[in-house]
Design a protein around this ligand. Structure first.
Ligand SMILES: NC(=O)C1=CN([C@@H]2O[C@H](COP(=O)(O)OP(=O)(O)OC[C@H]3O[C@@H](n4cnc5c(N)ncnc54)[C@H](OP(=O)(O)O)[C@@H]3O)[C@@H](O)[C@H]2O)C=CC1
Ligand SMILES: O=C(CO)COP(=O)(O)O
Length: 329
């Protein structure tokens, strides 16, 4: 029997627990707050995210004791925004992951350390890359809750490992495929959040679909150049784990990053947009991390630079997007 631990109580964790537990794989599910555990045990719903999803408690066991949740699992899925993962895992001994497969469902990087989640797990918990997977692909938790047809790409160095994890996810409305480019899809998932945030800013400033299409096209060049600089390789960026993920985030009504950017474009301060959202836009943190990494790489990244200037240097969104407008073609 495969056993799964899911760490995080937000929207994506909720969607993943739905998918896996409905396939009758037992899931131990870690929450930060005892009140959320009690709510799930009493009402069979997550209290605060995708609360329309009902769970069969025969297969889902919520708890706040992280070590116990992880203890017996073969697969440990991390679904906490990257900015909080260090604080969530800080009291765990490295040995706890020794015989487990770690799966990052996170589309963000660790602030200050400026590293990928997989690199962080390798450096801080000695989890070799051969024991790690990442979940990528254009897939919003909200559409999983509605059981709309969705596609996931599972990255791992060994496609057989990725394939084993895919088997836990496939169902009537989820198709999952293994991908070898684990680093490429992990970086691309981080980059697309920055672009969606910039698209949201432009939308908030009343730019239309014509401008956004050009922004997204230029973004693909920016992503390609960055990926080649940070992790060179042969990859087809038209694949759904790359272009597909960018498109869904840049255009969807469900996108946290686009929504956050839209508020900033409309004049909200960064702080008030974050408070208003109640969800986490990974792109906010990613902008700073990629900007800092790029000080060494020196890739031409006009969209990331504009987002950095708006979010961290308090330069007017209207000014930055007007500058971008002149650079696009
Ligand atoms: N939502 C989606 O459709 C998808 C999301 N992802 C990725 O999944 C990851 C999780 O995002 P998502 O589920 O959307 O998050 P949400 O925005 O839905 O929820 C926010 C999450 O952050 C947690 N959180 C907030 N503050 C803290 C803190 N100080 N310490 C620890 N945890 C905190 C919340 O916990 P609490 O409720 O206890 O406050 C909650 O679990 C992200 O990396 C995202 O990019 C990937 C694919 C799809
Ligand atoms: O990555 C995601 C969907 O693939 C979720 O991020 P957004 O909510 O910003 O779109």
């Amino acid at each position: 029997m495969e056993k799964v631990a899911v760490i995080g109580g937000g929207s994506w964790a909720t969607a993943l627990v739905k998918i896996i537990s409905e396939n009758k794989t037992p899931v131990k599910w870690w929450f930060r707050h005892e009140a959320d555990v009690k709510h799930l045990q009493t009402y069979c719903h997550n209290a605060r995210y995708l609360s329309g999803v009902t769970f069969d408690l025969q297969y889902v066991e919520p708890a706040t004791d992280l070590a116990k949740v992880i203890q017996d699992a073969k697969w440990v899925i991390l679904a906490v925004p990257a900015a909080f993962i260090e604080s969530v895992l800080q009291n765990l001994p490295a040995a706890i992951f020794a015989d487990k497969f770690l799966v990052s469902a996170i589309k963000g990087m660790i602030p200050v350390k400026n590293c990928l989640v997989t690199e962080y797990l390798q450096n801080n918990f000695q989890v070799p890359m051969s024991q790690q997977c990442v979940i990528a692909g254009p897939c919003h938790a909200e559409e999983v809750a509605l059981e709309k047809q969705s596609y996931l790409s599972i990255g791992a160095l060994d496609v057989n490992l990725a394939e084993s994890f895919c088997a836990l996810l496939r169902n009537r409305y989820v198709r999952a495929s293994p991908v070898e480019d684990i680093y490429g899809i992990e970086y691309c998932a981080v980059m697309k959040n920055i672009i969606a945030l910039a698209c949201g800013i432009a939308h908030g400033l009343n730019y239309g679909d014509n401008f956004q299409a050009v922004m997204v096209s230029n973004a693909m060049l920016e992503i390609e150049a960055f990926l080649q600089a940070i992790h060179p390789g042969v990859r087809n960026l038209s694949g759904s784990a790359y272009l597909g993920d960018l498109l869904v985030t840049a255009y969807s009504q469900f996108s946290r990053n686009r929504t956050f950017g839209n508020m900033v474009g409309r004049g909200y301060s960064v702080k008030s947009a974050q408070v208003e959202m109640n969800m986490i836009a990974e792109g906010y943190y990613a902008v700073k991390i990629i900007h800092e990494l790029n000080k060494k790489l020196r890739v031409n990244m006009p969209i990331t630079s504009a987002a950095y200037n708006i979010l961290y240097e308090r330069i007017s969104p209207a000014v930055e997007i007007a500058i971008l407008k002149e650079k696009f073609h």
